[in-house]
Each structure stands twice: as C-alpha cells, then as structure tokens.
Ligand binder design. Sequence first.
Ligand code: NAP
Length: 275
Amino acid sequence: MSGTDLAAEIVADAARRAAGFETRAGRKPCLATVLVGEDPASVTYVRMKQNRCRKAGIDSRHVPLPATTTTAGLVEVIENLSADPGVDGILLQHPVPEGIDERAAFEAIAPGKDVDGVTMSSFAAMSFGLPGFVSCTPGGIMRLLDAYDVGIEGKHAVVIGRSPILGKPVAALLLARNATVTVCHSRTTDLPSIVRSADLVIAAVGRPEFVRGSWLKPGAVVIDAGYNPGNVGDVAFEEASGPAGLITPVPGGVGPTTIAVLLAQTVDAAESTID
Ligand code: NAP
C-alpha cells in the first residue's frame, strides 16, 4: 500500500482547497507550529511540516521557545494562538522537554484549531464517532485502508500499542467503523497468537521488525506505523509480505500520510471559519 501516492492526492486536494480559501478569505490558511527547545529530530520535523505547508499554499507561523519554558509560559503562548483569528491550526511539536506538563499544553489548544488531533476533546470525538479532528497518524491509516478498499466492519483488528497519539485513537476510529478491536501493549501475554487471529494488524510499537511474518494469518492486512532509526518499521517486512494480503512499507507507507492529514485538517479548520 503506497502512502506516498495517497499523500500526494491528499496534499493536492488540500492545496486546491487552500487556494479557494485564499480567494474567499483574502488570506492563506495558517498553521502555527510551536517548538520548545532544540531537539534535532523535532527541529527537522517542524521544518518539514513548514515546507509542506508552503508548497500547499498554507502559511506557517513558527513559535520557537527556549527549553527553559515553563508549563504556564507554554500554556499562555498556546492560549494566545488559540484566540488569534489569523491562526487556523496549532501544532505543538512533541515530545516537549521533561518538566513541562504536555497534557496541560495540549489542552490549551482550542478544539477548533486542534489540527494535530491531540486534545481530549478530539479524542472524545474520535471515540464517539463524531465529527472533529483526528490524530494525524491514525487519520492517515484510516485513509490508507479506505483508499485500498479494505473492509473494516466486522473485521478483527489487532492494534499493537496504546499511546495517546497512535494506538488508542486508531483503535477508537476502527471501533467507530464497526471493527472488532483488540488493543495489545507491553503487558499483553502471547501476542503472536492474538495477532494470528487478526484480519487487520496495526503495528504501533516503536520496536524495529517486532511483528514477525509467522504471526500473521494468511491474507491479513498489515499497517506498519513504526518508524525506527534507519528507516525500519515495526514489522519484519520481507517475512510479512509473504502471508500479508496488503502491507505498508517503511518508508513510504503510513509516514507520508501523517503530514498530509495535518495539512488537510489545517485547511478544514480555515474553511470552517468562513463557511
Ligand atoms: P510509544 O508512545 O512508545 O508507545 C509504544 C506502545 O507500544 C506502548 O503502548 C507500549 O505498551 C507498546 N509496546 C512496547 N513494547 C511492547 C511489546 N513488547 N509488546 C507489545 N506492546 C509493546 O510509541 P508511539 O508514539 O505510539 O509510536 C509507535 C511507533 O510509531 C514508533 O515507531 C514511532 O516512531 C512511530 N510513529 C510514527 C508516526 C508517523 O508519522 N508515521 C507518528 C507517530 C509515531 P505500554 O503502553 O504497555 O508501554
């Protein structure tokens, strides 16, 4: 399953809608990016997101903050962006430095600007199957499944990982689409036998080549959300591509769809201010 191709389609649509918004509103959609500290990987991610925004006709307003920023200081910055009518979406690059209450900072994002889908409000909307912004990686995964006509209803989906930005929200989105969902984590016993009963496997573990080909039911659809050093996924791709009916590669699978969903949701947020 090519995430690169799908991401190009999503971004092209977002760019077309961004241009339409600019015509009607007299300004481009705007994504504010907040980066606390100078972690090299985070700096790279934020720059990549800004570049993608620019290419799609979306303005980005970057707010760099020192690593010494307090929770109260960060919350104030985000509250100001939440109240700023010139900002449509807010992205707080995470993880934030230790000592900052990340949840408090996320919750300062106005729900209507939560284009990264990190607030409790967005999580509740995903859980209830209501409209709202989705977490970007889970959103990209759902779009991949739909683009490849993978039936979800009634299927047994096994999600490996339960992080608040990936495992839990993708489980919620799959459940809202009537999959039978099993969420596994580090305390799960006999993971291989659970995975063997899956029609759909979502690997979101953060351990290179953790899911083995021998764990898979023939024909299973395998989504590898993992991204480990050296461009290695959470699934042993060579082994898994034998039994798997469909599988996402790393790189070029889930990764590109994540930023594409961020851009699409930023345009959605902008459009909602004038529609
Ligand atoms: P995370 O917060 O570290 O969560 C990892 C999850 O895996 C946890 O729920 C953990 O269980 C579980 N786990 C760890 N060891 C396990 C084991 N032996 N058996 C079963 N479950 C185990 O990671 P994350 O942020 O969700 O990211 C997961 C992966 O996705 C990483 O490779 C990350 O780089 C990648 N990612 C990719 C994108 C993208 O854009 N493509 C975006 C975000 C993340 P516990 O809860 O019990 O600790």
